[in-house]
Design a protein around this ligand. Structure first.
Ligand code: SF4
Ligand code: SF4
Ligand code: SF4
Length: 516
């Protein structure tokens, strides 16, 4: 089957997303409350061996992605997944897989069991509106799934005066215009959360504009009007029936714990995937959870099994996350059609360097993305990276069609005298115009990596600030090495360093001087 005969936008909505390499797609596997069972995960491994290239990626959307499936096989893969009850996630203007953490029987920190709310919100999955919509739920304000910044609508479990309820946030997103979700309402019941979500969908259906995320609607309508519209009549009965999540825990796991397995850049081979499935079956409750930083997690494990699990993981070159160096998250920028750099290659070098330096108990987070869309949550780590490019229009080729104008989220392109003109002052160097141009009239004048410092996903959210851009991979590595050495020398994590030295001083030190 040829790519030309298929509607790429429809394929994307169905979770089949084209890669840079001709005829190659990534398959976005749907998870149920961000879990798969061991049988389902093995099936994903079998499919990856049969139709792809032997490795897959655990992403910040809390799903596995199988890259490099040939276009002729994408529908076969879809139907083979369906044999074990696994569907496809979505891409494009449609509601994505729900971001969610654990029930209160599995996570000791949870103040509320967020799974029943997730089961109710699951009914919105796949709804088609003017633009993509992300929804998230966290069981406590630690917000391990970074729901407030990754999702248009999110709910966080809280306890006031021994009464459990939810706070609602709206507007979260990364990308070229990042936005941290704003609190919309508090002390909400599950039904009130569902009603708030429904109100948001009604608002989009009535007056949403193409390409708008919640943050754009807030900016357009103003916070007060937006808030009034999505919080109206929250006390009514919610009408949507819940979807049952079979992987939610029935029993309290008092003596059991969640094991986190390191998977640098979220990349895992099929051999490793099968081992993870085996361990979940043998020592856990048969469930594998996909965490937002790309580390596979196995809930329900008894502590005395851990030494043998460590040995079993070592046999496939894997290890538990036992220190405070968080899993390195990355998108698949190295082969994504939008990728402007290879974040996986850079992050793997940094991971080795951290092992050499051995920072002890200091908390470190690192992440990278191939472009400013930041699917690899580049904005939410101590140090993060994303690719950048300077676009240039070849007016001899440009037809003035205006496709790039619509694609530019910074609204920085105009068509004048039938030619596209870019106002560089407001350009985010994202490359979306280049990807969108049907004539290939936009090329990259310069390409490189942007470095972001001081981001934080959980707990609390701070967006990393860009400290330099258009650097090479070697330069980005050197800057990171300087930060790591500064961390080690002072015995402080990045946040503490910034508090002590000031942001500008940390920035100057890691950009310009080798740390002695
Ligand atoms: S951040 Fe960019 S390169 Fe990475 S997956 Fe998203 S669109 Fe592709
Ligand atoms: S002009 Fe192109 S590169 Fe610049 S922000 Fe717009 S789409 Fe991105
Ligand atoms: S999309 Fe390409 S051809 Fe169309 S106006 Fe933009 S640069 Fe010109």
């Amino acid at each position: 089957m040829s790519e030309q005969k298929l509607d790429i936008n429809e394929l994307k909505k169905g979770g089949m997303v084209p890669l840079r390499e001709k005829d190659m797609f990534s398959i976005w596997v749907k998870t149920e409350c961000c879990n798969l069972n061991s049988k389902q995960l093995r099936k994903v491994a079998d499919i990856t061996d049969k139709y792809a290239r032997g490795s897959l990626l655990f992403t910040s959307r809390q799903i596995p992605i199988v890259p490099f499936v040939n276009i002729r096989d994408v529908f076969t893969v879809k139907s083979e997944l369906a044999e074990v009850g696994v569907g496809m996630d979505h891409n494009g203007p449609i509601v994505r897989n729900l971001n969610i953490c654990y029930d209160d029987k599995t996570c000791a920190d949870a103040v509320i069991n967020c799974i029943p709310l997730g089961e109710k919100l699951e009914k919105f999955f796949g709804s088609q509106l003017a633009h993509k919509i992300k929804i998230g739920v966290a069981g406590c304000s630690k917000d391990c799934v970074m729901s407030r910044v990754l999702n248009d609508i999110s709910f966080v479990g809280v306890e006031y005066n021994k009464k459990k309820s939810y706070e609602a946030y709206a507007g979260g997103r990364l990308g070229v215009n990042p936005f941290v979700g704003i609190k919309m309402a508090e002390q909400l019941t599950e039904d009130a959360c569902v009603n708030l979500t429904q109100n948001y969908f009604d608002l989009l259906a009535a007056e949403g504009k193409k390409g708008e995320r919640a943050a754009d609607v807030i900016n357009r309508l103003g916070l007060d009007e937006f808030k009034a519209k999505i919080t109206r009549d929250l006390g009514r009965n919610a009408t949507l029936p819940a979807v049952h999540f079979s992987s939610a825990s029935e029993k309290q796991h008092k003596v059991k714990q969640v094991l986190k397995i390191r998977a640098v850049c979220g990349e895992v081979t099929t051999e490793q995937v099968r081992k993870i499935a085996d361990i979940a079956e043998k020592y856990g409750n048969g469930i594998i959870h996909f965490a937002v930083r790309g580390a596979p997690e196995i809930p329900g494990v008894i502590a005395k099994s851990i030494p043998v699990i460590i040995k079993e993981l070592a046999a496939v070159n894997m290890a538990l996350i036992e220190d405070n160096v968080e899993n390195f998250q990355s998108c698949f920028g190295g082969y994504c059609s939008e990728g402007l750099c290879d974040p996986q290659a850079l992050l793997k070098r940094i991971e080795k360097r951290i092992q050499e330096l051995d920072p002890g108990e200091i908390n470190i987070t690192v992440s990278g993305a191939g472009c400013p869309s930041s699917c690899g949550i580049a904005h939410l780590s101590d140090i993060g990276f994303h690719g950048v490019m300077i676009p240039v229009v070849d007016s001899a080729i440009c037809t003035g069609c205006g496709t790039c104008v619509a694609a530019c989220k910074r609204k920085t392109i105009q068509v004048k005298d039938k030619k596209a003109v870019i106002e560089m002052k407001n350009c985010a160097f994202c490359g979306a115009c280049r990807s969108a141009c049907p004539q290939k009239a936009i090329t990259s004048k310069r390409q490189g990596i942007a470095v972001l410092l001081g981001g934080r996903g959980e707990p609390g959210t701070t967006l990393g600030v860009k400290i330099t851009e258009f650097v090479s991979e070697d330069e980005a590595f050197r800057i990171t090495d300087n930060l790591l050495q500064l961390i080690k020398k002072n015995g402080l994590n990045t946040r503490q360093l910034i508090d002590k030295m000031g942001f500008d001083d940390v920035k100057r030190t890691i950009l310009f001087k080798p740390v002695k």
